[in-house]
Design a protein around this ligand. Structure first.
Ligand code: C2E
Ligand code: CA
Ligand code: CA
Length: 790
C-alpha cells in the first residue's frame, strides 16, 4: 500500500493523473449506461449498435486512462512509446472487453456476469502489460512479480464485481458499478506501476519512431474525451428520445383509457396492454392480465383469427359462467418495430338486450304479453313451411269474445283491458306449453296447436277453451259474463297455406257465432259456400241501393182500448230480382256491417215521411233506427233536413231505437236523442225486456213509448212468467208516464190480456201483417180494425 502511495504521489504528474481519473470515471459511467441500453426491449440491430459502441467507449476509456497515466509517470529520465505495440494494447483492450461484455450480454445469471466481468478485469491488465511493452525508458525496468500478480487479481476481482453489480436485477446496487470499474482500472494500473522499478542505464537507447509525450498526452486525452463524450451524448439523446416516446405512449394509453370500447394489445397471442374499459368489462385489473395468453379471456380465438376476419363475435370469459358476448375488431400496428395486434372489444350486452327488447316489443302484445299478430303469423308460416318437410299435422284455433264490446262500452276501457289480461291468463292455462297463444287484436285471440289433429283431442281443447271463458270473471267487484266462440281449422286437411288455414278457421268461428255464440265449430267445406252466398248478398245489396229495389211495408198500430188506428211502423222490404223478397232480418245486419245502413236508413226515413204525408193527419209513422246510425253525430241534422224536405210534421214521426244504440256510446246517443226530442219527434224503446239493463235506460232517458218484445207477448196469456213480465212493463210504463205497445199480437186471447193489463197499443198479425203503402192507406180509410173484446 505504501509502495502504491509513493508510486502515485511521488513518481507521477498529478495533474495528468487527475485527467486520467476523470476520463476513467466518465468511461466507467458510460460503460454501464450503454450496457443498460443493450438490455432494453429494443430491436436487435439497435442492441448491437449500443453493444459495439459501448465496447469501444469502454476500451478507449481504459486504454486512455492507462496511457495518460503512463504519460503522467515521471521516471526522471527520457522515455517513449513504440507506435505498433501501443496500438496493439488498444486492440487487446477492445477484444477482451468485447469478449467479457459479450458473455454478460449473451447469458444472463450471476455466474456469467462474474465470468464476463472477470474477463473485462483481465482486459485491463492485459492491456496494461501489453501497453508497458510499448514503453521505453533510458534504462531497464525491473518487475516485482508478486505485485504484478496482485495487480492482475485486483483488475479481475473488481472487474467481476462491477459487472455482477452493474447488471444485477437489484437497481439499488447498480450505481456502485462505475465506481468498481473505476477502481478496477485505476487499481490495476497503479498497482502495476508500483510493481516496476526503473534503473537508469545510459547505454539503453529509446527506439526510433517513438512518440512525443506532450503531444501524445494532449491527443490521447482529447481523443478519449471525444469518444466518451460522444458516447455520453448518444446516451443523452437516446434518453431524451425515450422520454418523448414514453410520454407519447402515456398519451396513447390515456387516450385508450378514455375510450369507451375495451382495447387490448397483443404481441402474438400474449396480452401486452389493456385499457380501463376492458378492465371494467372483465372486472379484472390490468396487472393480472398482462403477459397472459389471449385464450385465457377469449377461448378458442387467436390474434391471427381475429385480424384475418377483421370482425369476429366472441365470448369474453370473465369468470362468470356465461361469458360476455363481444364483437372483436382487430388491427395490426407496429410497436417498437414489432408487429402487434390491437383488438377492440365491444361489449354487446347492451345492444343485444336492446335488440331482444325491440324484438319482444315487435312480437308481443303490450297489453297481455301474449304473442301478437306478427309473431303469430311468423310462427304459422314457419309451421306451414316445416310441415312440408316433416309431414306433422297441427291445428289452428281462432276465438272471439262474445260480449267483450259490451263490457268495454259500458264499463270503460280500463275494465276492458283488465278483462283481456284475465282472458289471456285463462287461455294460457287451457293449453300446453308448446302451443302458441296470441292476441290478434281487439278481442280476437288465436292458438297454434302443436301435436297433430286428432279430432277428439281437438274437441277437448276447444271445449276447455269455451268452458274456461264461459265462467264469470270477477274484476273490481263486477261480475262479467262474456263467453267466447271458437273456430278450428286443421292442417293440412283444411288448407295447405297459412292464409287459407286462417281464413277457414275464421269461417268456422263465424259459424260458431251464427249458431248462437259460446260454442266452437270445426271448419267444414260447406261454410265456404255460405260465406260465398253472404259475399254475393253483400254485392247485391250495394247494387240494390242504387237500383232502388227496396220498398216500405207498414204495420198498423191500434189503440188497445178503443181499437182505432194510431199509426203504423215502417218495415223495409227488399225485392231481389232473383231471390224474391229478402227479409230485413237477413240483410239489415249485413247493411250495418258494410256501412250501407247509412244511406239505406236515410232512404227509409225519407220514404216513410213522404208516404205517411197522405195518411189522416192524426196518424203517426214509426221508423226503426239502427245503432250504427247513431255513430254518425249528424244524425239529428240529417233527420231534421228530411223533415224539412218532405214537410212532414215532426210530431207525427216516431223513432224506434234498441238497447244496442245506448250500449255503444251512451252519451253521444243521449245527446242525439235530446236533439231529436227537441225537434218534436217521439222516441220509442224497441224490443224492451230482451236486453241487459233496460230498466236503467228508462231512468236515464224519458222515452215516449216502450215496445214490449214479441217474445213475451207471444207466450201470453198462458205462460205465467211472460204474463207477469208484460204486466210489470205495462205498470212501469204507466208509472213513468210512457206509453206501452205490445208487439206481435196474433190472437184475441193475447189482445184481450194485453188490453186488460193496461197496455196502450197493440201491433201484430191480429190487426194486420205489414202491408205495402197503398194497402195501408186503404186500411186507414176503413173505420175500426177490430172489435176489441173488452
Ligand atoms: P222490429 O222492429 O221488431 O219489427 C217487427 C217485426 O216483427 C217485423 O219483422 C214484423 O213483420 C214482425 N211482426 C209484426 N207482427 C208480428 C206478429 O204478430 N207475429 C210475428 N211473428 N211477427 C210479427 P220484419 O219486418 O221482418 O222486421 C224484422 C226486423 O228488421 C225489425 O224488427 C227491425 O228490427 C228490422 N227492420 C225492419 N225495417 C227496418 C228499417 O227500415 N230500418 C231498420 N234499421 N231496421 C228495420
Ligand atoms: Ca221496430
Ligand atoms: Ca220490435
Amino acid at each position: 500500500m505504501i509502495q502504491l502511495y509513493t508510486c502515485v504521489a511521488n513518481q507521477h504528474d498529478l495533474r495528468l493523473v487527475a485527467v486520467a481519473a476523470v476520463i476513467c470515471a466518465l468511461g466507467s459511467y458510460t460503460t454501464f449506461a450503454m450496457g443498460r441500453q443493450v438490455f432494453r426491449d429494443i430491436a436487435w440491430q439497435e442492441r448491437l449498435i449500443w453493444a459495439v459502441a459501448g465496447v469501444i467507449a469502454t476500451s478507449t476509456a481504459i486504454w486512455a486512462t492507462h496511457f495518460i497515466a503512463m504519460l503522467a509517470f515521471e521516471p526522471s529520465m527520457a522515455f517513449g512509446f513504440t507506435v505498433g505495440q501501443t496500438l496493439a494494447s488498444f486492440l487487446v483492450a477492445v477484444l477482451l472487453v468485447g469478449l467479457g461484455t459479450g458473455i454478460v450480454i449473451a447469458w444472463s445469471g450471476l455466474a456469467w456476469r462474474f465470468i464476463g466481468g472477470g474477463i473485462v478485469g483481465l482486459a485491463i491488465s492485459a492491456m496494461h502489460y501489453t501497453g508497458m511493452g510499448a514503453y521505453h525508458v533510458q534504462g531497464s525496468l525491473r518487475w516485482h512479480a508478486a505485485t504484478v500478480a496482485v495487480s492482475v487479481l485486483v483488475g479481475a476481482v473488481l472487474g467481476s464485481a462491477s459487472m455482477v453489480v452493474g447488471f444485477s436485477p437489484r437497481r439499488s446496487v447498480q450505481r456502485f458499478a462505475p465506481l468498481l470499474l473505476l477502481a478496477a482500472v485505476c487499481g490495476t494500473h497503479f498497482t502495476g506501476m508500483s510493481a516496476v522499478t526503473v534503473a537508469f542505464d545510459p547505454q539503453v537507447e529509446i527506439p526510433g519512431g517513438s512518440l512525443d509525450s506532450t503531444l501524445l498526452s494532449i491527443l490521447t486525452a482529447n481523443a478519449a474525451l471525444l469518444i466518451v463524450g460522444l458516447a455520453l451524448a448518444a446516451l443523452r439523446l437516446s434518453h431524451v428520445n425515450r422520454q418523448r416516446h414514453e410520454a407519447e405512449n402515456q398519451r396513447l394509453r390515456d387516450l385508450a383509457d378514455i375510450a369507451v370500447e375495451g382495447l387490448m394489445i397483443c404481441d402474438g397471442d400474449t396480452i401486452t396492454g389493456i385499457n380501463h374499459s376492458l378492465e371494467r368489462i372483465l372486472g379484472q385489473s390490468r396487472d393480472t392480465l398482462i403477459g397472459v395468453p389471449l385464450q385465457r379471456i377469449l377461448p378458442g380465438l387467436s390474434a391471427v383469427d381475429i385480424s384475418t376476419a377483421k370482425e369476429v363475435d366472441g365470448l369474453l370469459r370473465n369468470g362468470g359462467d356465461a361469458g360476455i358476448p363481444v364483437r372483436l375488431i382487430a388491427q395490426m400496428i407496429a410497436i417498437k418495430a414489432k408487429p402487434h395486434t390491437v383488438i377492440a372489444v365491444r361489449d354487446q350486452r347492451e345492444r343485444l338486450r336492446a335488440e331482444a327488447e325491440m324484438h319482444r316489443l315487435a312480437h308481443h302484445d303490450a297489453l297481455t304479453g301474449l304473442a301478437n299478430r306478427r309473431q303469430f303469423n311468423e310462427a304459422l308460416a314457419k309451421r306451414v313451411a316445416s310441415r312440408r318437410s316433416d309431414d306433422a299435422t297441427f291445428a289452428l284455433l281462432v276465438l272471439d269474445l262474445d260480449r267483450f264490446k259490451l263490457v268495454n262500452d259500458t264499463l270503460g276501457h280500463g275494465m276492458g283491458d283488465a278483462l283481456l289480461r284475465r282472458v289471456s291468463q285463462r287461455l294460457l292455462r287451457a293449453v300446453r306449453e308448446e302451443d302458441l297463444v296470441a292476441r290478434l287484436g281487439g278481442d280476437e285471440f288465436a292458438i297454434l296447436k302443436a301435436g297433430g289433429t286428432d279430432v277428439s283431442a281437438m274437441h277437448a281443447v276447444a271445449e276447455r277453451v269455451v268452458d274456461i271463458l264461459a265462467r264469470p270473471f270477477v274484476i273490481d267487484g263486477h261480475i262479467l259474463n262474456i263467453g267466447a266462440s271458437v273456430g278450428i281449422a286443421l292442417a293440412p286437411e283444411d288448407g295447405e297455406g297459412a292464409e287459407m288455414l286462417m281464413g277457414n278457421a275464421d269461417l268456422a268461428l263465424y259459424g260458431a257465432k251464427e249458431e248462437g255464440r259460446g260454442r266452437y265449430r270445426m271448419f267444414e267445406s260447406s261454410m265456404n259456400a255460405r260465406i260465398q252466398a253472404r259475399r254475393s248478398l253483400e254485392l247485391d245489396l250495394r247494387r240494390a241501393v242504387a237500383r232502388q229495389e227496396f220498398t216500405l211495408h207498414y204495420q198498423p198500430q191500434v189503440d188497445a182500448r178503443t181499437g182505432t188506428y194510431d199509426g203504423a211502423e215502417a218495415l223495409i222490404r227488399w225485392h231481389h230480382p232473383e231471390r224474391g223478397l229478402v227479409s230485413p232480418a237477413d240483410f239489415i245486419p249485413l247493411a250495418e256491417e258494410t256501412g250501407l245502413i247509412g244511406p239505406l236508413g236515410e232512404w227509409v226515413l225519407r220514404t216513410a215521411c213522404t208516404e205517411a204525408l197522405c195518411w189522416p193527419r192524426h196518424l203517426t209513422v214509426a221508423v226503426n233506427l239502427s245503432p250504427v246510425q247513431f255513430r254518425d253525430a249528424r244524425l239529428a241534422t240529417t233527420i231534421r233536413n228530411i223533415l224539412v224536405e218532405t214537410r212532414f210534421p215532426p210530431a207525427r214521426l216516431e223513432l224506434e231505437i234498441t238497447e244496442g244504440s245506448l250500449l255503444q256510446d251512451e252519451q253521444r246517443t243521449l245527446t242525439i236523442l235530446r236533439e231529436l226530442r227537441a225537434l218534436g219527434i217521439r222516441i220509442s224503446m224497441d224490443d224492451f225486456g230482451t236486453g241487459y239493463s233496460s230498466l236503467s235506460y228508462l231512468h236515464r232517458f224519458p222515452f215516449d213509448k216502450i215496445k214490449i218484445d214479441q217474445s213475451f207477448v207471444r207466450r201470453t196469456p198462458d205462460d205465467r212468467e211472460s204474463a207477469a213480465i208484460v204486466r210489470a212493463i205495462a205498470m212501469l210504463g204507466a208509472s213513468l208516464g210512457m206509453k206501452t205497445t205490445a208487439e206481435g199480437v196474433e190472437t184475441d186471447a193475447q189482445s184481450s190480456f194485453i188490453a186488460g193489463e193496461g197496455c196502450d197499443q197493440i201491433q201484430g198479425y191480429l190487426i194486420s201483417r205489414p202491408v205495402p203503402a197503398e194497402q195501408i192507406q186503404a186500411l186507414f180509410s176503413t173505420a175500426n180494425p177490430i172489435a176489441l173484446s173488452a
